[in-house]
Design a protein around this ligand. Structure first.
Ligand code: RTP
Ligand code: MG
Length: 137
């Protein structure tokens, strides 16, 4: 079965949106197979965001992701990888369509990094790689 790695980022946990975000994943019909709440280590974040190393938003992104606990989730279901990205909406919460997690629950807070509540894997390869980082066997 197709599976994906979802993160509820520190802004989502701090704002008390975990329940609402999980409810949207479940209401869509995807299954939650694993779930953990904890603060990420520096190693997990550098592995997770390796593709963005060197970009101007990399350090602000890693700092933001270290601010507090994260909920990491493995979710499964046919089409869950693109399906969750479409539930999440566009990266920029100002541009994200209403009806999406980022569009309904997020906004621009005037900070260096886009605080956009959630992460979802963007391909089968990313999903398997990211599941290995957040849920080591
Ligand atoms: P994600 O990986 O978190 O699911 O989001 P995404 O695919 O929509 O966005 P991506 O390009 O992979 O960027 C990863 C995260 O970095 C932050 N970001 N900030 N210019 C900026 O301020 C900027 N660009 C990216 C966001 O938190 C984004 O989700
Ligand atoms: Mg991404």
């Amino acid at each position: 079965m197709e599976r994906t790695l979802i993160l509820i980022k520190p802004d989502g946990v701090a704002r008390g949106l975990v329940g609402q975000i999980l409810a949207r994943i479940e209401a869509k019909g995807y299954r939650i197979d694993a779930l953990s709440l904890r603060t990420a280590t520096a190693d997990e974040l550098s592995a997770h965001y390796a593709e963005h190393e060197g970009k101007p938003f990399y350090q602000p992104l890693v700092d933001f992701m270290s601010e507090g606990p994260i909920v990491s989730i493995i979710a499964s279901g046919q089409g869950v990888i693109p399906g969750f990205r479409s539930l999440a909406g566009a990266t920029d919460p100002t541009a994200a369509a209403p009806g999406t997690i980022r569009g309904d629950l997020g906004r621009d807070w005037g900070e260096k990094v886009q605080k956009n509540l959630v992460h979802g894997s963007d391909s089968v390869e990313s999903a398997e790689r990211e599941i290995g980082i957040w849920f080591p066997a």
